[in-house]
Write a protein that binds this ligand. Sequence first.
Ligand code: NAD
Length: 478
Amino acid sequence: MTKLYKNYIDGAFTPDATEVVDVFNPATGALLAKIPNSDEATVAQAVAAARRAQPAWGKLAPIERANYLRKISAKVRERRTELAKIIVAEQGKIQQLAQVEVDFTADYIDYMAEWARRLEGEVLTSDRANENIFLFRKPIGVVAGILPWNFPFFLIARKLAPALVTGNTIVIKPSEETPINAFEFAKLVAETDLPKGVFNLVGGVGRSTGEALCSNPNVDLITFTGSVATGSRIMQTAGRNLTRVNLELGGKAPAIVLADANLDLAAKAIYDSRVINTGQVCNCAERVYVERGAHEALVDRLAAHFKATRYGDPSVRDDLHMGPLVNQIGLDKVSALVEQAKRDGATIITGGKRANLEQGFHYEPTLIVDARADMDIMRKEIFGPVLPIQVVDGLDEAIALSNDSEYGLTSSIFTSNINSAIHAARELRFGETYINREHFEAMQGFHAGRRKSGIGGADGKHGLYEFTETHVVYLQTP
Ligand code: NAD
């Protein structure tokens, strides 16, 4: 019998759902489990539970809230191997990366818990001699966290930990593609003494469960990670109640490689960007602008890496660089973009088609040269193991092409010239720029996109404060 998970609402697992969603392994097509496809009434129950729990939770000393978070991270560590296996099976990432995701999630929860003793307001000067002005940072209330499938477990922590430590309560809706890890996370939470209603989990598809959550007038903040199209839709839904939104959306990150760069380092960092999580990472390099003098040497190095890539079913092999794409839609999208690039005159150096494996949504690691700025492959998010390269005649051209994008999440430059690096850092209009290293953010940084890559951000102090609102108090003494 296939396992059927239950929603977690108000500190309890709910009775079996009548409507369900099937969850499959993308490497084999095997049915893994079923989750509830929650209706509007169920979502409303979860939001109401979060609303009831919030006042008492918000009044606890922050350090007490942090102590609950640490109990959750300890539970995650206890079950780290099992959780990683679940992520491998339902999402298709390789075992090593799934383990990194689980461990990083526990560390992230602890990191956010550390902020409990560092949450600060401000004391402002007044125009009146006998007055003090205090700025408090207070919880917003009930948070809805809507998650994507690409780092499904970590994204729970990225929403939950800053929300809870600042005194909010939360309702999480995982992606219907990869929900099992979230339901297992709920079991861990249930083993702690976290007050009921502080954390709630509802399963379901975006157009019904997700919409119900975003249109619920009792939700005070929607924090969403996913595609631009869904982000835009959520903003429209949220607009009806003027609910706040925090949106982490797609990317089309440029990597600029100058002729004076360490090309071994550049090739490895950019290659890693395209195979990590099978290229399904919002912040990873998706297009390269290489200075003419370094083009051939960079392509040679990249081609060697691409050709040596091992891929397959990550549940049965532990020596892989990458697994399958998450689903048929992802595979069709990647295939269509590469076919279009061929028609547009780009040249395939490695790969260029669906992988010849018996089952699963595998695509060959694909290196493309002769790309031009007007091609879709240089403009649209690929989200697969495909790298297009365009030749440029200098840094300013590379910067102009990089900035000419509807996305603005991350960017990178490889050069041994500090002046070029600083010039690029000044001129690139992106939320993040990596200099001589791979694209991957730190938890103490601030992960935020410009343009259609999002509104607001996550991580570090600035990400934490997105879960608070200010309250200014004027105290006049006679
Ligand atoms: P998606 O937009 O298809 O789905 C994300 C979530 O939104 C899912 O839980 C889905 O059920 C829900 N959803 C769908 N329609 C909805 C609606 N109308 N109302 C409410 N919820 C709805 O995204 P995805 O395919 O899961 O994730 C891949 C995308 O996420 C890529 O574009 C990637 O770049 C982006 N991403 C961004 C970041 C970041 O930090 N900026 C991180 C990871 C992924």
